[in-house]
Design a protein around this ligand. Structure first.
Ligand code: SAM
Length: 211
C-alpha cells in the first residue's frame, strides 16, 4: 500500500515515517510512504502556494492549482483515495482506518494558514477528514495520524495477534490494563491474578477489566 503526503513542510513528516514500525515496514517493502513538497508544483520563482482570500478577511488561503497538479502527478491508476485534512471534516475513527486500509493508495493533502481553497475539497479530494475537534496549525500531524492508524492494519505490518483484540473494535471494546516487570515498583503492585499462571482466570480478569 502506498501513502503520499503533500505538504509544504515535508521535513516535519519525514522523521516520523522513517522511524520504528513504519520505517521497518517500508524497508521490508510492505508499505511505501512519500512526503512531497507542494512547492514542486508551483510555476513562479517564489514558489507561491497561497494568496489572499476573495471577499477579504484575515490570513492567507492555499491555492487550488498546486494541489491539483500534485494530485495528478502522484495519483496511481485505480483504487486511490484523496483525503483533505480539515478541522471541519468528518472525525476520523478506527472504522475509517479499516475502510481506508482497503485502498492501494492514499493521498493526504495538508493545509496551512487559514486553510485551503474550497475547490480542493469540492473538486479534487474524495473526502475531508479531521482528527479531532480542535484546530492545528497544519495538516501534517493529521496526515501522519491517519497514515499511522491505517498502515498498522496493512497485513503483516504488525503481528496479527496484536490486531485481534484491540481498543475501538466493532463492539466498542477498550483494552484491559497491561503490566510488565517489575512486579512491584514504588509500592505499586501488579494485580496478583496476572502472576497466577491461571490462564482462564487471567482471561476472565481481562474481560472484566475491559470496557
Ligand atoms: N481556518 C480553518 C478553520 O477554521 O477550520 C483552520 C485552518 S488550520 C489553521 C490549517 C490547516 O491545518 C487546515 O487547512 C488543515 O489542513 C489542518 N488542520 C487543522 N486542524 C485540523 C484537524 N483537527 N484535523 C485535520 N486537519 C486539521
Amino acid at each position: 500500500m502506498k501513502f503520499d503526503i503533500i505538504t509544504i513542510f515535508p521535513e516535519v513528516v519525514t522523521p516520523y515515517i522513517k522511524a520504528s514500525i513504519l520505517g521497518r515496514a517500508q524497508e521490508d517493502g510492505k508499505i511505501q510512504i512519500n512526503a512531497h513538497n507542494l512547492r514542486r508544483w508551483t510555476e513562479d520563482k517564489h514558489k507561491t502556494v497561497d494568496d489572499t482570500p476573495y471577499g477579504g478577511g484575515a490570513g492567507m488561503v492555499m491555492k487550488v492549482e498546486p494541489f491539483d497538479k500534485a494530485v495528478s502527478a502522484v495519483k496511481g491508476i485505480e483504487n486511490t483515495r484523496v483525503i483533505l485534512t480539515s478541522a471541519s471534516g468528518k472525525t476520523f475513527t478506527q472504522e475509517d482506518a479499516k475502510r481506508l486500509a482497503e485502498y492501494d493508495q492514499l493521498i493526504f493533502l495538508c493545509g496551512r494558514y487559514e486553510g485551503v481553497d474550497y475547490r480542493v475539497e469540492d473538486q479534487i479530494a474524495d473526502e475531508a477528514l479531521s482528527i479531532g475537534d480542535y484546530v492545528l496549525t497544519g495538516g501534517e500531524l493529521a496526515a501522519l495520524t491517519m497514515t499511522d492508524a491505517v498502515a498498522r492494519l496493512v497485513p503483516s505490518v504488525i503481528d496479527e495477534e496484536s490486531l485481534a483484540r484491540e481498543s475501538h473494535d466493532e463492539q466498542g471494546y477498550k483494552e484491559h490494563p497491561q503490566y510488565t516487570k517489575p512486579e512491584e515498583y514504588n509500592g505499586w503492585t501488579v494485580p496478583p491474578i496476572l502472576l497466577s499462571g491461571d490462564h482462564a482466570k487471567i482471561e476472565k480478569w481481562r474481560q472484566e477489566n475491559s470496557l
